[in-house]
Design a protein. Structure first.
Length: 205
């Protein structure tokens, strides 16, 4: 029977078990978005949708791989988008032990960010970005508090170059290839450090 459960079923069951959803509550697009958005910003052990639900955590990639599948089950098809982003990092924010790597990384945080373009019933498309939980707003993160069908949300970053991830391709392989093509090894190493620190800092009370 478990093999026949939809991802929505898995999400509902896990959310109820975690005390985040009342049994029998309606799982519409807005509720689904909120549940995924508010998963802690932290990498799961892998980015398969069921694993993201089971471990109840994810970053921009895992959350949007999952959200795309959930929206599809709700009858909302979408395109998975990948974009490069470059964010200057204030040297005062970098620990002394990390200064050498920071300099080698050109004093910036680089990434390939994922989000969705969701097709709504009237045929238009809306930007959806569930990266940052509501709890991280106090840290200055871009948090989308509301989900209004047909209304674009704010992206968590400023895109430099944008791609539609080809349907059927391995989304993580596509992302990893973009990272290798556009950024240096030092920049990618510094990226790992920053993501780990963001995961820790945004979960502090």
């Amino acid at each position: 029977i478990k093999l026949l459960m939809s991802l929505l079923d898995h999400l509902e069951s896990e959310a109820i078990n975690r005390g985040l959803l009342d049994s029998g509550a309606l799982l519409d697009a807005g509720r689904v978005f909120s549940l995924v958005r508010d998963m802690p910003y932290q990498r799961a052990s892998d980015r398969r949708p069921k694993k993201t639900i089971a471990e109840w955590r994810g970053t921009c990639s895992g959350k949007h791989y999952l959200l795309q599948k959930l929206f599809e089950e709700l009858g909302l098809p979408s395109k998975l988008i990948a974009c490069t982003s470059i964010t200057p990092v204030d040297p005062d924010e970098v620990e002394p032990a990390m200064q050498q790597l920071y300099q080698a990384a050109n004093c910036r945080f680089v990434d390939v960010h994922n989000y969705l373009l969701v097709r709504v019933p009237d045929g238009s498309q809306m930007v959806v970005d569930a990266t940052w939980p509501l709890s991280t707003k106090k840290f200055g993160m871009v948090v989308n508090e509301d989900f209004i069908l047909g209304q674009d949300q704010e992206l968590a970053t400023k895109p430099v170059e944008t791609w539609v991830v080809p349907p059927g391709d391995d989304a993580q392989e596509f992302k990893d290839q973009l990272l290798k093509e556009h950024f240096t090894p030092a920049e990618l190493q510094f990226r790992e450090v920053v993501i780990e620190e963001l995961s820790k800092s945004t979960q502090r009370k």
